[in-house]
Design a protein around this ligand. Structure first.
Ligand code: FES
Length: 401
């Protein structure tokens, strides 16, 4: 019966409604978290530990088999009667106790399997509320674990290699400031799986609690090497450079062609990584930028061609227009991002990340209107600088290329 009375649905919703009125943590269907502890990891990084409700446990373990290192949760938090949603990295792994446990604030009897921990930089309305004001035992709605900043993506990225070169690839983690948080679980998981792991963490402050734990990990796993670069302390610089550089990357002595790079941090850090990667020459047919995976908390360019021959999302109709490259005297038709359209027409344009991060695709538009698919902003029709990887042509366009 397609449209008839379906008692099982009504019962479930009804039971859920009554149950949640009796106790806000209780639900058959909605994943919820209850705050049980806070840890200070540094001046600007706080970890929050939550007990998970039955719906979270059931859906996470039954549907997903737990969560992967590098995933995040979308929390829905009510502040002064207004709901806000934010993404926060999960720390640690579903099956593994926290390796950075703070013995002074934690009950040893807590069952690790029924908790989840996130790390937050107290900055902005919701993060400040969660880290400073929300009372212990408060309940918040949450998504299930989300995100593809996981080891599975590294494997998928390198699965195109020759069959005799399928051994575990080395992993390089590049973090800036609180960008370290999604890597806390990911690094432990990678080491458990037998990867050679190198960590570069750029920070303006010393994260002493994390530093202690990195040392513990390196004592356990000889294949773990970490470099903590305190940007105000020259003695910690890699290859004598304050920020990420070609010299710094080369000084790691990694087989870069086969090294998967996970990166999370400020736009400046990520742009620096892509710029350095563009200057490093790898064996034929390889580009280091293709080895980079960036954490974007689900804000990636779902609509943007990712270089794997996917087409632009046609759910938003885009008319075809002509893009003319003034210096090269070439032209091509475009109904997707300008970069992707150029490649479809066998025209090579400079690029790096294809995600609007690295700025390597930036060029000057002489005339025509483009639309930024990240922000939805429509340009004027005059001379201005644009990124070809995240802009589509809304009229015929002339580029100074
Ligand atoms: S390719 Fe990186 S910003 Fe466009």
């Amino acid at each position: 019966m397609a449209n008839g009375y379906r008692p099982e649905i009504i019962q479930r919703a009804f039971v859920d409604f009554i149950g949640s009125r009796l106790h806000p943590f209780w639900s058959l269907t909605t994943p919820k978290l209850r705050l049980i502890a806070r840890y200070t990891l540094s001046d600007n990084l706080i970890a929050l530990r939550f007990e998970t409700n039955r719906a979270f446990k059931q859906q996470t373990s039954e549907m997903m088999g737990g969560w992967q290192g590098g995933q995040y949760l979308d929390l829905r938090v009510c502040i002064d009667g207004v709901y806000h949603q934010r993404s926060y990295s999960i720390v640690g792994l579903a099956h593994q106790p926290l390796w950075w446990r703070d013995d002074t604030t934690e009950s040893h009897t807590a069952d690790q399997r029924h908790t989840v921990t996130i790390a937050i930089k107290p900055q902005g309305l919701v993060s400040n509320y969660l880290t400073k004001q929300m009372p212990l035992a408060s309940v918040v709605d949450t998504s299930l674990p989300l995100g593809h900043f996981t080891l599975a993506q590294a494997k998928a990225n390198l699965d195109h290699r020759e069959p005799d070169n399928q051994k575990l690839n080395p992993l390089l983690f590049v973090a800036g400031g609180s960008g370290i948080t999604p890597m806390l679980g990911l690094i432990t998981q990678a080491l458990n799986n037998g990867h050679h792991v190198t960590l570069l963490h750029y920070s303006r402050t010393v994260l002493s609690k994390l530093q202690h734990q990195w040392q513990q990990l390196s004592d356990i796993y000889p294949d773990f090497i970490y470099h903590l670069i305190h940007t105000e302390e020259p003695t910690t610089y890699l290859a004598g450079t304050r920020y990420l550089s070609v010299e710094g990357l080369l000084s790691l002595n990694l087989p870069l062609a086969d090294t998967q790079i996970f990166a999370c941090g400020s736009q400046a850090l990520l742009a620096g990584l892509y710029k350095a990667a563009a200057e490093i020459t790898l064996p034929i047919d390889k580009q280091l930028r293709d080895n980079i995976i960036v954490e974007n908390f689900g804000n990636a360019l779902a609509n943007v061609d990712n270089g794997s021959n996917q087409t632009f999302d046609k759910t938003v109709p885009v008319e075809e227009h002509t893009v003319y490259l003034r210096s090269r005297q070439r032209q091509f038709n475009s109904d997707t991002t300008i970069l992707a359209a150029a490649e479809n027409a066998d025209v090579r344009l400079a690029h790096g990340c294809r995600q609007g991060i690295c700025q390597l695709c930036r060029c000057n538009k002489v005339s025509g209107v483009v639309k930024n698919v990240q922000t939805g902003k429509v340009s004027g029709d005059g001379y201005e600088s644009i990124q070809t990887c995240i802009n589509i042509a809304m009229t015929d366009v002339v580029l100074d290329v």
